[in-house]
Structures are given as structure tokens and as C-alpha cells.
Design a protein around this ligand. Structure first.
Ligand code: NAD
Length: 458
């Protein structure tokens, strides 16, 4: 705990993507003076002009309000960042390496090195990016190599658990804060840097637990949490596979097992599986790091978790072929001459993020199998077009399903869940639907004359 009345530190966020932009904006909202930094000058210009470069509910209004209040700025000038901040949060990407399962740490290295070289006063550098265990120690070495030695620069790690689509609330009202620190000073600085979150919680009669631990544990908490979540999803999707073989219904199964509070019903929906820029790459990087540490056997199950997840994508293609009465050869189903309307491109609703999105992966597989794929997503169109230019992009649901022999619902946006099967039935060439997210009311669709297939359902 810092001395009462200690001034709030000035905070910077390096990397203003999904994580860093949300944090910068929300921390200004909590009353901190904030400077966001990115090497992407277009992103910085947009943010300074009051435009959020991503789709995240609630963020636009907070950005405008806090820019106007003068608490929030964005810059591409690292010298300014170094001069401004008491606490610097590293929020750059850590994608999967192009040539291996491990994480690409080159963005962390670049951001930390350039910050360290410009520092002129004492500060705390806090990693928030998801990284392989051991990275914080390595960052500490980078800092001692590149920062002036007499300034007393320290490093800490505070992994991040926000979910896209709920990011504003997750940042303002986190269910826990985890910090890996090596000194009382770093601990106090981090407490002060989160005091706005604790104060907000107090006004709402809540508490936010803060777990203070060592570097390695802090780094591991994040990947352990993601490994667990991925496993829970793949577990129920494995049950879906068995239900498919046995003629059971995984939605009933999940509901029934989920009543046991030791199991719980959240994250237990069978469907097309997980995607996005976190779970897939994080479970792969975790396995790669465990192998380096000689603990690879402990995480061998994560390989199966990954395979179960990827098999759901080919399952949707198979269901489409079955409904269309197409034969499957050694190279997979042949869907040539068919037209398929795909609803959904993002990896989940309420985001524009299409990184490793199961929906887009399936749309591309359908296209590869020869189908003429017409796709629509409420927020992900621009990003999807950049990743999968081979698909035909449509301005709305009606246009995407028009004249389709089959439609696939692959992201559970509310607009798709609530779509009227009677009205859509008049637009299509054939009333066939694959519900990749088990998000439609199957009885309603069947009543409207649709042949319906869900995931893990008879
Ligand atoms: P992102 O790609 O949206 O953002 C990364 C940003 O870093 C980009 O704007 C990029 O231009 C910038 N950048 C690259 N090099 C830089 C440098 N040298 N200096 C400053 N900025 C630089 O990624 P993201 O989704 O925000 O994820 C960032 C990290 O947070 C990852 O490690 C991710 O695993 C983790 N994380 C993400 C989420 C999420 O929901 N997106 C949740 C928890 C943790």
C-alpha cells in the first residue's frame, strides 16, 4: 500500500491496439493523466482525432470525453513518452511466430529497447502483453543494457484478462489484478497505478482482489487461465463429437452437466470452437515454452485441445456437404456449383477482430471446396476482406443469403440469432442452414421449413 495521499502516477501505454487503446482510454476515464504510444502513425492520428481504430462497445464516447478533458493524448514520439510517464505499460502484440509455435517477442523487444534508451528519470516498466514465462527477466536485462544505470528503472509484470466485446467493463471492473514484482517500490507504484480501479470498486461496494507474486507466476497465471478456458471449450466440443457419433444432443448434455457448480455452465457451449488473437496462439506458445523448460509432457493435452478445436471447422464443411447431398472425395467435399451464404466473420460477436476467426476460416474452406461464398458481418467486413479477399462481401444479411443453396451462421451476433427464418426462407434458393454456434432456435427454423444442422445435435 502506498502512503495515503500519494499522487497518482502518470501512465503511458506502449502499443495502442485492442489492449493498449482500451486501457489508455479507460485509465483516463478513471482520472489518470495518460499518454498512448504506437509506431503506427495512422492509428495515433485517428485516436487524437477522437476516432477509435477498433470496434469495442462504449469506447468511442469515452475517448471523446477524455480527449476533451485534456487527460488523454496519443503520440509517436518515444522521447515524449519517456519524459511523461511514471509507469509505462507494454501492450504490444505477441503473435505466434511464422515458423514455429512459440511467441514472437520482437515487438516487445523493440518497444522496451527504444523506451529504455530514451528514459531520463525513474520509472516502472510494466509488461501487460501475454508472454512466455521468463520474458520479464529478459526484459529486465534489456532495460539494464539500454537504460542509464543511475535512474533506478524497475520492471514488473501484470498480465491482462480483458475480453473483446466487454473490454471497457473488464478494464474498469476487473475480476482481479495480478502483479509480478521484485520490490516494495514497484508494488506501491502498481497499487497507485490501479488505485482508480479500487476506488471505483469501493463506490460500487465491490472489491477487486490484487494478487502480488513473482515474475514467473504472474506470467504463468495468464497462460494457465487461457489454457483452462480453451480446454473447457474443447472438452464440450469433444462431447459434441461423441454426441454426433452416438445420436445425442450436446446442448442438453451441457445444460445438464453445467448444473453441477463444480463444473458450471459458462464457456460450455459446443459450437465452432475458439479463435481470436489470444487462445489459439497462447496455448501453442505455452506448449512451446514448456518444452523448452523440459515440462512439455505436462501440456501435451493442449495439443489435443487445439486439434479438437480445429476439427470443428471441417465438421461445418462436412455438414454443409451432407445437407447439399455432395459426395466427399479424398480431397474433402466437392461444393462446386453451390452458393453458400455465410453470416459472421469475426471470432465472436461485438468485435471487429477477425484474427484466427473460426468463421472466416470456415468461409475460406467452403470457398476452397468450390462453393460460391457470399459473406456478411456487422463489424468485421473491412478486416475480413483484407484477410480473405477471395470471398464475396455483401452489405447485409438479406444480400448474403439471397439465392443461397445453404446458409451457415458462424458468429453468434444478435442480428443473426434474431433473424426471421420465414422472411429469410423467401430469399434463399434452398432452405438449408448450418448453425455453427448452436445459436438459432432450431424448432422455429424447422417450422419455417428449413433443414437445420447444429453442432453435436441430432
Ligand atoms: P494489437 O495487434 O491489436 O495491438 C498491438 C499494437 O502494438 C499495434 O497497434 C502495433 O502497431 C503496436 N506496436 C507494434 N510494435 C510496436 C512498438 N515497437 N512500439 C509501440 N507499439 C508497437 O494486439 P492486442 O490484441 O492489443 O494484443 C496485445 C497483447 O495483449 C498481446 O500480447 C495479447 O496476447 C495480449 N492480450 C490481448 C487481449 C485482447 O483481447 N486483444 C486480451 C488480453 C491480452
Amino acid at each position: 500500500t502506498p502512503p495515503s495521499g500519494a499522487p497518482r502516477p502518470r501512465v503511458t501505454f506502449l502499443g495502442t491496439g485492442y489492449l493498449g487503446a482500451t486501457y489508455a482510454i479507460c485509465y483516463a476515464e478513471l482520472g489518470y493523466e495518460v499518454l498512448g504510444f504506437d509506431v503506427d502513425a495512422d492509428k495515433i492520428a485517428m485516436l487524437n482525432a477522437g476516432e477509435v481504430p477498433i470496434h469495442e462497445p462504449g469506447l468511442d464516447e469515452l475517448l471523446k470525453r477524455n480527449l476533451a478533458a485534456g487527460r488523454l493524448r496519443f503520440s509517436t514520439d518515444m522521447a515524449e513518452v519517456a519524459e511523461f510517464g511514471d509507469v509505462h505499460f507494454i501492450c504490444v502484440g505477441t503473435p505466434q511466430r511464422a515458423d514455429a509455435m512459440g511467441a514472437d517477442l520482437s515487438y516487445v523487444e523493440a518497444a522496451v529497447t527504444s523506451l529504455a534508451q530514451q528514459l531520463t528519470r525513474q520509472a516502472l516498466i510494466v509488461g501487460k502483453s501475454t508472454v512466455p514465462v521468463g520474458t520479464a527477466e529478459w526484459v529486465e536485462q534489456l532495460v539494464s543494457k539500454h537504460a542509464p544505470t543511475d535512474l533506478g528503472i524497475e520492471v514488473a509484470w501484470s498480465p491482462e484478462f480483458l475480453q473483446e466485446g466487454f473490454a471497457v467493463d473488464d478494464v474498469l471492473r476487473p475480476n482481479r489484478i495480478v502483479v509480478g514484482v521484485k520490490s516494495e517500490w514497484a508494488n506501491g507504484m502498481l497499487y497507485a497505478a490501479h488505485k482508480g480501479v479500487f476506488d471505483l470498486a469501493a463506490t460500487e461496494d465491490r472489491e477487486v482482489p490484487m494478487v502480488v507474486t513473482d515474475f514467473a507466476t504472474a506470467e504463468l497465471v495468464k497462460v494457465a487461465a487461457n489454457a483452462f478456458l480453451a480446454t473447457k471449450i474443447s472438452f464440450i466440443n469433444a462431447m459434441a463429437e461423441v454426441c454426433e457419433a452416438a445420436g445425442g444432443d450436446v446442448t442438453h448434455l451441457a445444460r445438464a452437466v453445467g448444473f453441477d457448480p463444480r463444473i458450471g455452465n459458462r464457456f460450455l457451449q459446443a459450437g465452432l470452437g475458439f479463435g481470436g488473437a489470444c487462445l489459439p496462439k497462447d496455448i501453442r506458445a505455452f506448449q512451446a515454452r514448456a518444452q523448452e523448460l523440459g515440462a512439455g509432457e505436462a501440456l501435451r493435452f493442449l495439443h489435443e485441445v487445439d486439434l479438437i478445436n480445429l476439427r470443428r471447422r471441417t465438421r461445418v464443411v462436412q455438414l454443409a456437404a451432407d445437407l447439399l447431398g455432395r459426395r466427399t472425395g479424398p480431397a474433402g467435399p466437392d461444393l462446386s456449383g453451390t452458393r453458400i451464404g455465410v453470416l459472421g466473420a469475426t471470432f465472436k460477436p461485438n468485435t471487429d477482430d477477425v484474427r484466427d476467426a473460426p468463421a472466416l476460416a470456415v468461409a475460406s474452406l467452403l470457398h476452397k471446396a468450390g462453393a460460391d461464398v457470399h459473406i456478411y458481418d456487422p463489424q468485421g467486413m473491412d478486416r475480413a476482406r483484407a484477410v480473405a479477399p477471395e470471398l464475396t462481401y455483401e452489405p447485409g444479411i438479406n444480400e448474403a443469403v439471397a439465392d443461397a443453396d445453404l446458409i451457415c451462421v458462424l458468429t453468434e451476433w444478435a442480428d443473426f440469432r434474431n433473424a426471421d427464418p420465414v422472411a429469410l426462407g423467401d430469399l434463399v434458393a434452398g432452405r438449408r442452414v448450418v448453425d455453427g454456434r448452436n445459436c438459432l432456435d432450431s424448432a422455429l427454423w424447422a417450422q419455417a421449413g428449413w433443414e437445420y444442422r447444429g453442432m453435436g445435435r441430432p
